[in-house]
Ligand binder design. Structure first.
Ligand code: BES
Ligand code: MN
Ligand code: ZN
Length: 506
């Protein structure tokens, strides 16, 4: 999708589709009769073209609700689309991100290949550049569909998205924000493309190759190691998962060094991003039921989120050192696979009793976190489709976040404001850690039926120890089952934007 920012007057723009936004102005205990929605444009020609239908009361301007007019009088545009932002007092930057996505997804199945989105102005607390960034993010994300392997792809991509801003705004700041938004949206789609790949087309080795290609394109250092290196580093936890597959594991390491900060200098933080990259999770010997097992191709979504974030980091160049580690393996029930009851020795020397071979994500991450620390990470963040329990707790609404340090989490919360992604903080605690004490060794890899997301997080905590650390459990959110107006069903790319914004806050 080609994108462009301009400042033309709306009425004179020749386009297949001009999209403008509107808000629902009804207050909760508002008067009767209900007031009509308010269009968020001062363009008189657009207001006149939409006046009758807006007054009719048929369109409520609910979030992502749409209204289409053909041949709108007084406009050069062939169609006028009004997209709702929802209740006026609840409108945020994120509403605009979604509205832009909704406009693009409205155009796609109708064969409309080019559209113009009119940037609204909200209150004085919402700077126009933030809105421009969000709008282009939403458009790029909205353009993605997961039908990669269809001979005739149902929804062709939109070819051109033009964002039109009201005249009189700071053009330079808007242009910079617009360019950022495009990078962020494309990086999220990069992650989604990887997550969408089936297990036979994306083995750990191929994931490593994809990471290398991306790194080369954006100028990141990247190394991909395999079995030999795992043994050399004594990564017994990571290896125990991959030993049951014919496919060798991949230990993917990416580094970003900002200009002006000397490599190896001891000043300043080093952010360590660690992603779960299980390219297919059968459960291993503790095999999963057949129902929905095909979904387990997305068990590398945490790793993909880290790769997407690194892509954006390389292009946006924040002033902080970042390293990323993706632990990629296939969890299979081969003759050589590990068995329940086996004891494994992690890189740190901790011994792990394997209760359930399906709790494999925490095993690969244990060594990934340890390795990030060995490479000098001062702060850690991991992302993983770790537990079904997080989906039970939070649904396809919020992803889970855990942290051992409030100050670090506060920065993550601030990042959420900018990203628009929803994460809900979940508890760690000694009682959960007690649930994973082992009789035979130091720790066991499952903690029983209750509190599954928290016992999994405590398992990782045992390897992050007291290094400031955030754990993101995205199992419930990495794949969305139903298409939404602004995003296609399938891989969501959750995590990319928040991890990126968190990194940029250092
Ligand atoms: N990859 C799964 C978690 C998962 C479940 C991701 C559903 C996406 C959707 C993970 O490896 C797993 O199998 N976890 C087990 C842990 C249990 C054995 C303690 C689970 O959640 O059932
Ligand atoms: Mn599993
Ligand atoms: Zn898994």
């Amino acid at each position: 999708m080609q994108t462009e920012l301009s400042f033309a007057g709306l009425a004179g723009i020749e386009t297949e589709l001009l999209a403008v936004t509107a808000v629902d102005t009804q207050s909760a205990k508002g008067p009767e009769p209900k007031p009509a929605p308010a269009l968020l444009t001062s363009d008189e020609a657009v207001r006149a073209a939409a006046a009758t239908v807006i007054q009719s009361g048929e369109f409520k301007a609910g979030a992502n609700e749409t209204l289409l007019l053909h041949a709108p009088g007084g406009l050069k545009a062939k169609r006028l689309l009004v997209v709702g932002l929802g209740k006026q007092d609840k409108v945020t930057v994120h509403s605009v991100r979604n509205a832009a996505g909704t406009a693009v997804r409205f155009a796609k199945p109708r064969g409309i290949r080019e559209l113009v989105f009119a940037l609204p102005q909200l209150d004085s607390e919402t700077p126009a550049p933030a809105l421009a960034k969000a709008a282009v993010e939403g458009a790029v994300v909205g353009d993605f569909d997961a039908d990669t392997y269809r001979s005739e792809r149902k929804d062709q991509r939109v070819q051109q998205f033009r964002l039109v801003a009201p005249a009189g705004l700071d053009g330079k700041a808007l242009q910079a924000a617009f360019a950022e938004g495009e990078i962020v949206g494309e990086s999220q789609n990069f992650a989604r493309t990887l997550v969408n790949e089936p297990g036979n087309k994306l083995t750990p080795t191929i994931l490593g190759e994809r990471a290398k290609e991306m790194a080369q394109e954006v100028g990141l250092a990247c190394e991909v190691h395999s079995t030999g290196k795992l043994h050399e580093l004594k990564m017994g936890a990571f290896w125990s998962v991959s030993q049951g597959s014919e496919e060798p594991p991949a230990l993917i390491v990416l580094r970003y060094e900002p200009e002006g900060v000397k490599a190896g200098s001891n000043s300043g933080p080093v952010l360590g991003l660690v992603g779960k990259g299980i390219t297919f999770d059968t459960g291993g010997i503790s095999i999963k039921p057949a129902d929905n097992m095909e979904k387990m191709k997305y068990d590398m979504a945490g790793g993909a989120a880290m790769l997407g974030a690194m892509r954006a980091i390389a292009l946006l160049k924040p002033k902080v050192r970042v390293l990323a580690i993706v632990c990629a393996a296939e969890n299979m029930p081969d003759g050589k696979a590990q068995k329940p009851g086996d004891v494994q020795t992690a890189m740190t020397g901790k011994t792990i009793e394997i209760i359930n071979t399906d709790a494999e994500g925490r095993l690969v991450l244990a060594d990934g976190l340890s390795y990030a620390r060995q490479l000098g990470a001062t702060h850690l963040i991991d992302a993983a489709t770790l537990t079904g329990a997080i989906g039970v707790a939070l649904g396809q609404v919020n992803a889970g976040a855990f942290a051992n340090d409030d100050a670090t989490f506060a920065k993550f919360e601030a990042a959420l404001k900018a990203s628009g992604e929803k994460f809900w903080r979940m508890p760690l605690g000694e009682e959960y850690a007690d649930q994973i004490k082992s009789d035979i060794g130091d720790i066991k890899n499952t903690g029983g039926r209750y509190g599954g997301a928290s016992t999994a997080a405590e398992f990782l905590h045992a390897f992050a120890e007291d290094v400031p650390w955030i754990h993101l459990d995205i199992a419930g959110m990495a794949w969305i089952d139903e298409t939404r107006p602004y995003i296609a069903k399938g891989p969501s790319g959750i995590g990319v934007r928040s991890i990126l914004e968190w990194v940029r806050s250092y």
